[in-house]
Write a protein of this length. Structure first.
Length: 321
């Protein structure tokens, strides 16, 4: 509710008429914003799949479809950007879902590490190539460090105290009892240990692939600024691209960071010497992309019923709760 109120305030503060004029200038060309996100999300789907045994991996279509479904659900559900991740299990055989969930936990650590690296780069650019107050790049650097340290700490806690049974209860609540069995939680804990003890090269490669995917998605900010038609520099685009990453550390519990992202981008755009309206318009273009892909979720979920996991039969449907 606070996010919606902040969203309304941001629209009122920058002026709805001016904002509408900028969006009309973009017009149908907003569909081009779907391209960077499609490429980046497709790239980011693969680190999770590589953490699974080859025989357990879904077909490529299922790997990518699961990533799009999870990303859309993460954006609209208030659970720190994680609520949609269990949806990827829909493309796995029942006996592989514990391993799949363990891979999701490790994959999110790799993903957050890549986010931290990208945010660190943005902080460096802000420090060296913009006139932003020193507090901004320093705050971004601190957020980047926390973005890497906190998931690692959570992973250590999970490994140390065995949280698989609690995760089992969460998945059962979200997807139904058909997706968990009696020993599901213990199998999650065992699989986590196996993945953490795996060769470090595979984990490092996962961070690198996620970094490529996140960088690809970040280019939508540059494209959006071009479509909006106002003058900007490359450092401006880089800094604005990492603002949502920095905000997600604290505000990921707010669905889509609604209001927070508009206010944050307007503030940083103003500090960069750009129009605050430009920052809000940029976020609204990204929200158009968000809604466009969310509309595909029912179609992708239907695909989960028909897609075989590595040549196996179709995944069973959830048991009605």
């Amino acid at each position: 509710m606070a996010g919606i109120a902040l969203f309304a305030f941001a629209l009122w503060r920058v002026g709805i008429g001016h904002l509408a004029a900028q969006l009309r200038h973009v017009g149908y060309r907003a569909v081009f914003l779907l391209v960077p996100y499609s490429i980046g999300t497709t790239i980011g789907a693969w680190p999770w799949a590589t953490l699974l045994p080859r025989a357990a991996r879904p077909r490529p279509r299922g790997v990518v479809a699961g990533r799009f479904v999870a990303s859309s659900a993460n954006a609209f559900l208030p659970f720190f950007g994680l609520a949609g991740e269990p949806a990827r299990l829909l493309w796995l055989r029942r006996e592989q879902r514990a391993r799949g969930l363990a891979a999701i936990v490790v994959d999110r650590v790799l993903y957050n590490t890549s986010n931290g690296l990208l945010l660190s780069f943005g902080a460096l650019v802000a420090l060296l190539a913009t006139g932003l107050p020193l507090a901004v790049p320093l705050g971004a650097a601190a957020a980047a460090a926390a973005m890497v340290a906190v998931p690692l700490g959570v992973l250590f806690f999970v490994l140390r105290f065995g949280m698989g049974r609690h995760v089992q209860a969460l998945v059962r609540r979200m997807l139904g009892s058909a997706y968990t069995e009696g020993g599901f939680g213990d199998e999650v804990d065992r699989s986590l240990l196996d993945l953490v003890r795996a060769p470090r090269g595979r984990l490092a490669a996962g961070v690198f692939v996620h970094l490529l995917g996140r960088a690809s998605i970040a280019t939508e900010v540059y494209l959006g600024l071009v479509l909006l038609g106002e003058r900007f520099t490359l450092p401006d685009a880089i800094v604005l691209a990492v603002v949502p990453i920095g905000l997600s550390l604290v505000f990921s519990s707010i669905p889509s960071q609604i209001g927070v992202q508009e206010g944050g981008q307007a503030l940083i755009a103003g500090l960069l010497g750009l129009s605050p309206t430009l920052g809000v318009a940029l976020v609204l273009l990204q929200r158009f992309r968000q809604v466009s892909f969310a509309a595909l979720v029912p179609l992708l979920l239907r695909d989960a019923k028909d897609t075989n996991a590595s040549g196996a039969g179709p995944a069973p449907e959830p048991t009605p709760r």
